[in-house]
Design a protein around this ligand. Structure first.
Ligand SMILES: Cc1cc2nc3c(=O)[nH]c(=O)nc-3n(C[C@H](O)[C@H](O)[C@H](O)COP(=O)(O)OP(=O)(O)OC[C@H]3O[C@@H](n4cnc5c(N)ncnc54)[C@H](O)[C@@H]3O)c2cc1C
Length: 347
């Protein structure tokens, strides 16, 4: 008898597996590589929503959990994942500079927004109004995380790469059965793959397609992430990750010409040099109407749980959401109402 079955090993499933390991619980993870949100994500973590100058929900506490979480995996797997690098917001006018100063005075944003204007000159970017620096930022290389974590799961016989077939799940009073497996509980963490899950159809989750590029720009010398209507993230060797788009109709992971055009236009608003598109990716973010995660227990079955809805910010959210779900299940610690799936009861 396993303690848990986890379905999905993107950021959500990995964070939950790590939490289980820290508590000495046994588990098996299913992942059929059908969704690629974690695989292709920008991986940025940024405590400020720059468009609206507001703090990301619970940013401080999420970062406090996420930083040691990724460090632990780095040490365990002997890899580098968490790249602490500043995000510079490019200013296009004096008015934008003034808005930045007003925002950096707000007590909730002061720890995250530098109150100095940075005049740094980068080849191929014209920035006469300078940049504002967001503090406590960086990116997690989610592709490396995924590849290495899957290898680690495999090496321990904890990973099954078959599709989890919901029809074969038998829910009994005190445990569940699936094919030849028995477990006390099951946690569904399928990202947008949740659309096939019959147990949580009542939740108002959605999917937001995003596309991004890897470009090569020989005449660019960025050593920070620049953010305007897109982000440009230096990967080394003149390669940059650039993204991302937001589309709500198409729910496939296929790159489109429309998004390609959109990204090229936005890149040209910032870069004065030529660039070559080396790769073009698309994926569907597991978003929720009220922009909060989905955590909790099935209304009828007490041993079926969900960890989903990480939306546009899985890197910062996943580690603390995994702990919140674990504490809720194992230690009866109530979930914050804003993330509990019960907020959608009777709606
Ligand atoms: C273009 C783009 C850019 C992004 N940029 C950022 C960013 O810069 N910063 C950030 O924090 N977030 C970013 N995100 C969001 C981030 O990727 C997500 O929040 C996060 O990856 C979601 O993780 P997840 O584990 O919930 O879902 P997923 O990563 O989709 O993982 C779910 C897993 O479940 C598996 N699965 C599904 N159904 C089944 C089944 N029936 N059987 C077996 N396995 C199954 C899938 O194969 C998949 O591996 C971005 C997303 C996109 C698309």
């Amino acid at each position: 008898m396993q303690d848990y079955i986890i379905v999905g090993s993107g950021l959500a499933g990995i964070a939950f597996a790590e939490t289980l390991l820290q508590h000495g619980k046994s588990f098996v993870v299913f992942d059929n590589h059908s969704q690629n949100s974690t695989q292709i994500a920008g991986g940025l973590y940024n405590p400020v929503i720059l468009k609206r100058f507001s703090e990301v929900w619970n940013a401080k506490s999420q970062l406090e959990v996420a930083t040691p979480f990724y460090k632990t995996i780095e040490q365990k797997l002997q890899i580098e994942l968490d790249f602490k690098i500043p995000i510079y917001r490019k200013f296009f006018s004096v008015e934008e500079q003034n808005n930045w100063f007003t925002a950096s005075d707000k007590p909730s944003l002061a720890p995250f927004l530098s109150n100095k204007i940075i005049h740094k000159s980068y080849k191929s970017i014209d920035a006469p109004f300078g940049y504002g620096e967001v503090l406590q930022t960086g990116y997690v290389d989610t592709k490396i995380l995924l590849a290495n974590y899957h290898q680690y799961l495999k090496a321990n016989n904890w990973l099954d790469e078959n599709t989890f077939d919901y029809n074969e799940l038998r829910v009994l009073d005190n445990h569940i059965e699936y094919q030849n497996l028995k477990a006390k509980r099951i946690v569904f963490a399928e990202g947008f793959g949740m659309h096939s899950n019959p147990f949580f159809k009542h939740l108002p989750w959605d999917g937001t397609k995003g596309e991004l590029f890897i470009i090569k720009a020989d005449d660019l010398d960025l050593d920070v992430i620049v953010n305007t209507s897109v982000f440009i993230l230096p990967l080394g060797n003149k390669l940059y990750k650039v993204g991302a788009t937001y589309h709500w109709e198409d729910k496939t992971s296929t790159p489109t010409e429309e998004a390609k055009k959109e990204l090229i236009e936005r890149i040209k608003e910032i870069l004065l040099c030529d660039f070559e598109i080396v790769e073009h990716f698309a994926g569907v973010r597991p978003t929720v109407k009220d922009r909060r995660p989905l955590l909790g227990t099935h209304p009828k079955y007490k041993n079926i749980h969900i960890l989903n809805g990480l939306g546009t910010r899985g890197v910062m959210l996943a580690p603390s959401m995994a702990i919140d779900l674990y504490d809720f299940i194992e230690n009866d610690k109530p979930l914050d109402k804003s993330i509990d799936i019960n907020r959608f009861k009777n709606k």
